[in-house]
Design a protein around this ligand. Structure first.
Ligand code: NAD
Length: 364
């Protein structure tokens, strides 16, 4: 029986990397029925909105989606398709494994970090007050009245909210993940020394939840210290659990540690829905050039295969991608950043090479 999966090509480089991932997933022999759904620029042109209702309907029905990146216009217009999807479907956990494959352009070996990012609150809640508006003035008054502090009148506000409920469920998610994947330690990341009522709450909840998981080690680290320690010796970290904003930054940092955005897969998970998508965005300047690395999208497909219980196919596909990386002959430009005039191939040729290796595996 074919798995019914919502396929969202996205925009920018999205359609190219999604097509490459679709092709290699099909080459594993697992059957898919792709339910094509447009979001982003393409949907704007077709339906007058970047996020039509039928996208939600399709994901809710299929419970699994493979999604390419979608551009977020800066400063104006639609806030963000990605944030809207995550909030509306309550995809509260963002899972981003960052692992070094031999041959990847990384300064490090043996990095294997899993970033678990809270996806629904913190500074991304979208509750903001524009400078100079009556609402901002009311907030200024409230702050002056309740704290005695004077905030500059020409300030704009973006609210950082961290709740007990969301902290509990993301920390539990991280521990459950660690247990299910034979991981040893969960590290909570915060800035509780400064933000006592938001990050402080997150840390207090993490410490409480940790008591329920005696088989997994627990510790915590301040986010700035984490950055320094990650760059010095990333191998010391296992599973990191973070509020939304730090999760965003640290998952890109970890992507950089293992060879760049072209190698960083991900998934957004709710209670019964999962949307698989790479960490990278739509890289608009490379649109339509058959240039960028599709491996992050392919590795998101590997995560999807595991989620569907297709472990053998997932192992086979991951092994094949690792082989192509190690051989270094059919890789995109980002895999040879320090080699001027290196011979590199395009997005679709990487897919061809992976498919070729999958066929060879089948015939052995
Ligand atoms: P980006 O990740 O799109 O690209 C930054 C740079 O990283 C690119 O210029 C390119 O040099 C490199 N890069 C990214 N993906 C690559 C790949 N697959 N192979 C090789 N190199 C790659 O980040 P950005 O430029 O800050 O964002 C562009 C747009 O994407 C923005 O509108 C942003 O909001 C959006 N975005 C969407 C998502 C998503 O859909 N989940 C995630 C992040 C950013």
């Amino acid at each position: 029986m074919a798995y019914k999966v919502t396929l969202i090509p996205g925009d920018g480089i999205g359609p190219e990397v999604t097509e490459a991932a679709r092709r290699v997933l099909e080459a594993t022999g697992v059957a898919f029925h792709w339910d094509l759904a447009y979001a982003g620029d393409g949907a704007q042109d077709l339906f007058g909105t970047p996020l039509p209702d039928y996208v939600f309907k399709s994901i809710r029905e299929n419970k699994v989606a493979l999604k390419g990146p979608v551009t977020t216009p800066v400063g104006s217009g639609f806030r963000s398709v990605n944030v809207a999807l995550r909030k509306t479907l309550d995809l509260y956990a963002c899972l981003r494994p960052c692992k070094t494959y031999p041959g990847a352009p990384s300064l490090y070996k043996d990095v294997d970090i899993v970033v678990v990012r809270e996806n629904t609150e913190d500074l991304y809640s979208g509750i903001e007050f524009e400078e100079g508006t009556p609402e901002a003035a009311r907030l200024l008054e409230l702050i002056a009245e309740t704290t005695g502090d004077a905030v500059r009148e020409d300030s704009g506000f973006s609210l950082k909210m961290i709740s007990e409920t969301c902290s509990q469920r993301i920390v539990r998610f991280a521990f459950d993940y660690a247990r299910a994947h034979q991981r040893k330690r969960v590290t909570a990341v915060h800035k509780a020394n400064i933000m006592k009522f938001s990050d402080g709450l997150f840390l207090a909840i993490a410490r409480e939840v940790a008591k329920e998981y005696k088989d997994i080690e627990f510790d915590d680290v301040i986010v700035d210290t984490l950055c320094m320690r990650l760059v010095r010796r990333p191998q010391q970290f296992d599973v990191l659990v973070l509020p939304n904003l730090y999760g965003d930054f640290i998952s890109e940092l970890c992507a950089g540690l293992v060879g760049g955005l072209g190698l960083a897969p991900g998934a957004n998970l709710g209670n019964d829905i999962v949307v698989f998508e790479p960490t990278h965005g739509s890289a608009p300047k490379y649109t339509g050039q058959n240039k960028v690395n599709p491996m992050a999208m392919m590795l998101s497909g590997v995560m999807m295969l595991r989620h569907l219980g297709e472990t053998k196919a997932a192992d086979k596909l991951e092994k094949t991608i690792a082989q192509v990386i190690a051989e270094g002959k059919n890789v995109t430009y980002d895999m040879k950043p320090n080699i001027p005039n290196a011979k590199v191939v395009g997005t679709s040729q990487v897919a061809d090479a992976v498919i070729e290796r999958l066929r060879e595996l089948k015939n052995t």
